[in-house]
Ligand binder design. Structure first.
Ligand code: SR1
Ligand code: MG
Length: 405
């Protein structure tokens, strides 16, 4: 698309956003006056405009970062550079898995804007799962996404100079700090960002006083801070995935950065585990509930199996690492990634239960006592995963454990 003249940053509105799309020639000139614009952002951080030409049925999305976190307000300033990170990450991901990300039409780092493919025919995965819908393609797509984006951004594939260039390009300190605080720190201390009902206080005290658990969290946090292994999406929960029957699109990589290889899959698994727990309350009919919960666990298993298969195939075909053919090196990497993912998943489960950012899966449980009951179960699950990460040697042990909670 043609490039427009750069302009200074200002938050867009449903009128001014037209000036951003007009020069792109995506819509016919004659259609511009009749465009229907709606701000549809329901996330924590950004403005999202849906722009539609009712005559041609063509539509696109304009996403703009605000200079603060929308969820808290202007008192929490936040870098606009995250818009550049997001569009760069989408472009990078599209090099290996174009069918699994929205197409970027245009971006402007000054305006903190990304113009991209409209995915209104898809649904946010978290919403679909809460309603008990299944997506047969999901596991294979997320396993394929994670394996490709991991392998092609890693030192196993890239020249070390290129790898370090990419680490610089995706340096994302402010968004990483949010994760460092909200996922790896605040929930494990009596911090004012935490948000949980008083009924959970005694379970939360147990976490705050469990030095064995805190030692493991410190180690996971240190990994997150220091281990620039692969380009991560950085926030791969079920609200960052759009789905329909036979299509999956991973969206919102504004938290992208180089980090430890198990982090993204951990977040995906943790959010499926939270949905699994919540279904005990949402789906009343026992047969339906059991079969949906089995679907969730099969999705975790199939995602991991697709990830290891795809990553291994890429390794055998394309790895440039001098030890790529040495027996056990790949297996070691996958095993370490897996065990650390179990620990990261535990942190995500705990922070979504007692930290600042919750999940609708648990928060939408109808009766308060039931909600508290399953939140306590979530804390048990999260603590167990963190403390026992190195006991897990295969994916079925994880799904067995989630089934048994
Ligand atoms: C202030 S941002 C809160 C959470 O929303 C994002 O999606 C990330 O998960 C972050 O931790
Ligand atoms: Mg997001």
């Amino acid at each position: 698309m043609s490039v427009k003249v750069k302009q200074a940053y200002e938050p867009l509105n449903e009128v001014s956003v037209i000036d951003v799309v007009k020069p792109l020639n995506f819509f016919d000139e004659a259609a511009v006056d009749g465009l229907v614009v709606k701000e549809i952002g329901d996330g924590n951080l950004n403005l999202v405009f849906h722009i539609n030409d009712p005559l041609s049925q063509k539509a696109l999305i304009v996403k703009q970062a605000l200079p603060y976190a929308k969820v808290v307000g202007e008192s929490w300033p936040l870098t606009l550079d995250r818009a550049r990170i997001e569009s760069d990450a989408l472009l990078k991901e599209a090099e290996s898995v174009p069918h699994l990300v929205p197409c970027v039409y245009y971006s402007d780092s000054q305006l903190a804007v990304t113009v991209m493919e409209d995915l209104s025919d898809h649904k946010i995965l978290r919403k679909g799962l809460i309603e008990g819908r299944t997506y047969p393609q999901l596991a294979e797509d997320i396993g394929t996404f994670a394996a490709n984006t991991a392998f092609f951004s890693s030192d196993f594939y890239l020249h070390p100079f290129e790898k370090k260039e990419q680490v610089k390009r995706f340096s994302n300190p402010e968004l990483c700090k949010i994760t460092e605080d909200l996922v790896f720190t605040d929930p494990f201390f009596d911090h004012d960002t935490n948000d949980f009902p008083v009924e959970l206080q005694s379970e939360v005290n147990k976490i705050w006083n469990d030095s064995e658990l805190l030692k493991e969290v410190a180690q996971l946090r240190f990994s997150f801070l220091t281990r620039a292994e692969i380009l991560l999406h950085g926030d791969l929960h079920t609200g960052s995935i759009f789905v329909k029957e036979k299509s999956t699109k991973v969206i919102d990589p504004e938290f992208a950065f180089y980090g430890p290889a198990g982090f993204d899959l951990a977040h995906f698994f943790a959010n499926l585990a939270l949905n699994h727990l919540s279904q005990n309350a949402h789906t009343k009919e026992p047969f339906q509930r059991e079969s949906f919960q089995s679907y969730l666990l099969e999705t975790i298993e199939k995602t991991w199996n697709t990830y290891t298969k795809t990553f291994s195939e890429l390794w055998h075909k394309k790895a440039a690492d001098p030890f790529a053919k040495t027996e056990g090196v790949l297996e070691n990497f996958l095993q370490n990634t897996f065990q650390e993912a179990i620990g990261f998943a535990g942190c995500e489960v705990i922070r979504r239960t007692v930290g600042l950012a919750h999940v609708a899966d648990l928060d939408s449980i109808e009766h308060k006592e039931v909600e508290h009951f399953y939140k306590k179960k979530a804390l048990e699950l999260g603590s167990y995963l963190i403390k026992n990460q190195r006991k897990f040697t295969n994916i079925n042990q994880l799904t067995d454990w989630i089934r048994g909670v």
